[in-house]
Design a protein around this ligand. Structure first.
Ligand SMILES: Nc1ncnc2c1ncn2[C@@H]1O[C@H](COP(=O)(O)OP(=O)(O)OP(=O)(O)O)[C@@H](O)[C@H]1O
Length: 252
């Protein structure tokens, strides 16, 4: 049985006269990697920003496990299990891998200012950080200074930081950006592993990777959902082909 964790209903966002998302319906299920595709400016980042709580929708409802969370900000959403990574790497480069993840794990504690008075909670936070590091494929790198990691490892660290918050929904904004083919392949393997127990939304430009890893694909154009379906349905969709060909033609 599918378990819908996060769902957007009629989600709309206007910036002045521009409608960046119009009546978007999207649902993310546990065990499913859902990719969001679309040409530049289609509205993908706006969509992910509304799901993460970084941006309030102008209209529509966002539900987590059936409950209306439209009014919650990103910090509150992180605490209930909705985590996101950003387009640009967002780590503390001078801190170790473990410290980065411990800070992320700590951010979920209800009273972080009591942390140092509470040895048990500290141990729990470190434990969670270590587990996240291992799950993201960085075991053995705990003491490395984050800024000295390779680009690919830094993106893995970003994911480890999201995992350290105990996120059940992962909203990932271009985790493959700037990666070479070996690094991309590793990230694809990692995403495949992570989706078994979580719901993932992946915004990504690398089509090969998307088709290799996605169970479901939604294509946005001009702020609207053009098509949503299995990779096979999307690949064969005349509307999607038209949208992408049309877009490429603009750049010729
Ligand atoms: N804060 C903002 N203020 C005004 N307009 C914005 C803002 N954020 C996004 N937009 C506009 O909304 C539209 C959708 O942008 P968005 O960044 O969501 O697209 P995208 O699909 O993520 O693009 P890309 O692939 O280039 O990241 C664009 O026309 C963009 O200029």
């Amino acid at each position: 049985m599918s378990e819908v964790l996060l769902a957007a209903e009629g989600m709309t966002r206007r910036f002045g006269g521009l409608t960046a998302n119009h009546n978007v319906n999207l649902s993310l299920e546990r065990g499913v990697l859902h990719a969001l595709l679309g040409p530049n400016g289609a509205g993908k980042s706006t969509c992910i920003n509304m799901l993460s709580g970084d941006l309030p929708p102008s209209e529509g409802t966002i539900r987590f496990k059936g409950e209306d969370i439209t009014g919650l900000g990103s910090h509150q959403r992180s605490k209930i299990g909705i985590g996101r990574s950003y387009q640009r790497t967002n780590i503390f480069p001078k801190f170790s891998v473990l410290e980065n993840c411990r800070l992320a794990a700590q951010s979920r504690n209800p009273r972080p200012w009591r942390l140092f008075a509470d040895a048990l909670r500290l141990a729990d936070t470190v434990e969670r950080a270590r587990a996240a590091i291992a799950e993201a494929g960085l075991a053995g790198r705990e003491e490395r200074i984050a800024g000295t990691l390779s680009h690919g490892e830094q993106r893995q660290l970003e994911i480890a930081m999201v995992l350290a918050t105990d996120a059940q929904v992962l909203l990932l904004d271009e985790p493959l950006a700037g990666m070479g083919s070996d690094e991309s392949a590793q990230m694809v393997t990692l995403l495949n592993r992570l989706k078994a127990t979580r719901a993932i939304l992946l915004v990504e430009h690398d089509m090969d990777a998307v088709f290799a890893v996605a169970d479901r694909i939604t294509v946005m154009v001009n702020g609207q959902v053009l098509e949503s379906g299995t990779p096979q349905q999307i690949r064969n969709s005349p509307d999607v082909q038209q949208a992408y060909l049309g877009h490429e033609a603009e750049h010729e």
